[in-house]
Write a protein that binds this ligand. Structure first.
Ligand code: ZN
Length: 84
């Protein structure tokens, strides 16, 4: 179930669209246009169980390379590599 309010800042959630980014092994998968309820304060996104299931399926398909994905440039950095 989706909470009515953000569990961190208690702000009311707003229905919207979200980009879900997850690291699968050594690759990054970004899933666009994910229906979510988003906290306007901290940006935390909440998904319905149906949406979570579809995200899981996408991740599984991506992992087994049966998902046709659009390649994106990606960059990765460790915070320790950045000089203060
Ligand atoms: Zn919040």
């Amino acid at each position: 179930m989706i909470p009515d309010r953000c569990s961190f800042c208690k702000v009311k959630l707003v229905k919207g669209s979200h980009e879900f980014v997850v690291k699968v092994g050594e690759a990054i998968l970004a899933i666009k246009d994910v229906d979510a309820f988003i906290c306007q304060e901290c940006g935390e996104a909440y998904y319905t169980s149906g949406t979570s299931r579809r995200i899981d399926q996408a991740m599984r398909k991506f992992h087994s390379s049966s998902l046709l994905v659009h390649p994106l440039p990606a960059g990765e950095v460790s915070l320790n590599e950045i000089e203060a």
